[in-house]
Design a protein around this ligand. Structure first.
Ligand code: GTP
Ligand code: MG
Ligand code: ZN
Length: 333
């Protein structure tokens, strides 16, 4: 197993499981003589301790058993500069998943860690979608843990998928502790702010992350999707309007290719070639117009409600390129 928090590789066994107490501590969980539904129920909330040596007990960490049980997880990293819209995009994507947005693709989901997922939904998704409030900039932390994680089942197999979303400034560094998940990523979600003024400069976080990952023949084998978010702010420009209001159901590789081509041309025309570096560097990369909120906030709120557009398209594309979603023709250009 690969620990997504510290990148330690370890073996684990079912005899050493932990449960979380209401106070947030971990204590040994004994499943001796526990069978049937009760056992399954306890297992769903059980944790495995990462055995990596730590300098300080506060750095000790546990991973949900459901996360390690399904083989190697898919780690998806959101990459983009400060305030590009990463946190709103992830909250909006999780909101769309909660509303059954993956069902048309034959995918079902469960939380990896029920409590943590509930906490994420409460502090991010509900705040944005129910309370209609903007989310805060992501705090600088010394370590990174997944923001949220799901078990995704495509009808034949289950993959654990974990999302990392750290502050944009920290992504520029290749040594900061919070970026430790970078070498473990199996899918990259690059986020571009459609409303950004200075397109020519590109994005330091793209460069830092791309430089750090292994390449063969000068290119990366890690699939990438580029989400041009806040597309609502440029929605009257062709061809953004066509794609932003397109019918989102179903995965049509031809449509993915067409949208990628249009989005590439759109960025190119704006002189944003530097933003296209993920496309140049990754063997498989798709581009998408999305909007996490449907409109810009006014005084920290979305008074007319949050209407996300096409936020699951980049995710579906990543799922198809990484094999989480099988039974669909290859996508990726
Ligand atoms: N118009 C519009 N504004 C958005 C959208 N998504 C996010 N925003 C706004 O963009 C700003 C930054 O969004 P965040 O999600 O916090 O950006 P971030 O990339 O997580 O920023 P850091 O955490 O600092 O790296 C906020 O004021 C949001 O309200 C969108 O889809 N459309
Ligand atoms: Mg953020
Ligand atoms: Zn670890």
């Amino acid at each position: 197993m690969l620990c997504p928090i510290c990148l330690h590789e370890f073996d684990w066994s079912e005899d050493e499981l932990y449960e979380r107490t209401p106070a947030g501590q971990y204590q040994r969980l004994s499943l001796e003589h526990v069978t049937g539904a009760r056992r399954e129920d306890l297992l769903r909330a059980a944790h495995v301790r990462c055995p990596a040596p730590v300098a300080n007990p506060s750095l000790e960490h546990h991973l949900p058993y459901t996360y390690v049980r399904h083989g190697r997880p898919l780690v998806i990293g959101l990459v983009g500069g400060p305030e590009t819209g990463k946190t709103h995009l992830l909250a909006s994507m999780v909101g769309a998943i909660e509303q059954g947005g993956l069902r048309p693709y034959g995918l079902t989901t469960d939380a990896v860690d029920i409590e943590r997922h509930a906490e994420y939904v409460d502090t991010y998704v509900n705040r944005l979608i129910v309370e209609r409030e903007t989310l805060s900039r992501t705090a600088h932390r010394a370590t990174a843990e997944p923001a949220d994680a799901f078990l995704v089942n495509d009808g034949t197999h289950t993959t654990a998928v974990a999302f990392f979303d750290i502050a944009g400034e920290l992504l520029r560094s290749s040594t900061h502790e919070a970026t430790r998940f970078v070498p473990a990523v199996g899918g990259l979600l690059f986020v571009i702010d459609a409303a950004a003024k200075s397109a020519r400069m590109g994005d330091d976080s793209f460069r830092a992350v791309l430089d750090r990952l292994p390449k063969t023949g000068g290119r990366l084998d890690i699939p990438a999707a580029i989400a041009i978010t806040k597309s609502d702010s440029v929605r009257f420009q062709a061809p953004v309007d066509t794609w932003l209001y397109a019918d989102p159901d179903g995965l049509d590789p031809a449509a993915v290719l067409d949208e990628s081509r249009d989005a590439y041309a759109y960025l190119y025309r704006r002189g944003a070639q530097a933003w296209l570096s993920p496309y140049d560097k990754c063997r498989k990369c798709t581009l998408h117009f999305v909007s996490a909120t449907g409109a810009a906030p006014a005084e920290g709120r979305f008074p007319r409600g949050v209407r996300q557009r096409r936020v699951l398209a980049p995710l579906i594309s990543l799922f198809a390129m990484t094999g989480v979603l099988r039974g669909f023709p290859e996508v990726g250009i």
